[in-house]
Design a binder for this molecule. Structure first.
Ligand code: ADP
Ligand code: MG
Length: 237
């Protein structure tokens, strides 16, 4: 189960963005897609989300072929680097949004929002506007909002990329703890080796539209599959 990606190719004109991507992402784990800028990480994540179509290949989520299913029907939660919050809605309203458009019962929405505020430690901030939050708090709100619909898959594209180093590190540890609580199948895109190694159960190294290696942090260091992996990971610190 989890996410099964088979034979994905993606072209932008003549440019090959992804070439024959085959990948099994295990259920309930936190998998990092790691690689240099322009390698195709975001494109692959957008294809998993249904925000972009592939030129060939299939995507299965929890045993269901979602290749032709539109994004809003895939039950995926998404967090981007620059989170587009509704500026005039409170934190609680922002988190409730996905449930309200799905016409969930009022009490259920209320309870769920309380639960999520607690999960991301924003209970005291529920009536604030997003502009009154720090960058780190805003990304925590984004995570709560993505989790609100109880997605089968959580997709994060450089979610902490815009934050300064200290907050970034805090959120990294915090995401790890959150994941240990909710165990949602998570794909985390980053170009930061250290972040990927610290946060994830397993890594997928992508470069120039191809998978260089799949494995645990130990696998990658002990048995790098190519010169590229070796040089990209750098020396063990
Ligand atoms: P990453 O997220 O790993 O930095 P991307 O998936 O964003 O890489 O991009 C992979 C390559 O595809 C890059 O060379 C990028 O310029 C190109 N690309 C991405 N989206 C488009 C697009 N909509 N049109 C043309 N080229 C694109
Ligand atoms: Mg990207």
């Amino acid at each position: 189960m989890g996410i099964e990606i088979r034979g994905i190719n993606k072209f932008f004109g003549d440019f090959v963005a992804l070439e024959d991507i085959n990948l099994s992402i295990p259920s309930g784990q936190l998998t990092a897609l790691l690689g240099p800028s322009g390698g195709g990480k975001s494109t692959l994540l957008r294809i998993i989300a249904g925000l972009e179509s592939s030129d060939s290949g299939t995507v299965e989520i929890e045993g269901v072929d979602t290749t032709n299913v539109p994004a809003q029907k895939r039950n995926v939660g998404f967090v981007f680097q620059h989170y587009a919050a509704f500026k005039h809605m409170t934190v609680a309203k922002n988190i409730a949004f996905g449930l309200e458009i799905r016409k969930r019962p009022k009490q259920e929405v209320k309870d769920r929002v309380q639960e999520l505020l607690k999960l991301v430690h924003l209970e005291q901030w529920s009536d604030r506007l997003p502009s009154q939050l720090s960058g780190g708090q805003r990304q925590r709100m984004a995570l709560a909002r993505a989790l609100a619909i109880e997605p089968s898959v959580l997709l994060l594209d450089e979610p902490f990329g815009a934050l300064d180093a200290k907050v970034r590190k805090e959120l990294r540890d915090w995401l790890r703890r959150l994941h240990d609580e909710v165990h949602v199948t998570t794909v985390f895109v980053t170009h930061d080796q250290e972040e990927a190694l610290e946060v994830s159960d397993s890594l997928v190294v992508i470069n120039e539209g191809r998978i260089e290696q799949i494995g645990s942090p130990d696998d990658l260091y002990d048995r790098p599959a190519s010169d590229f992996v070796l040089s990209f990971l750098g020396p063990v610190t």
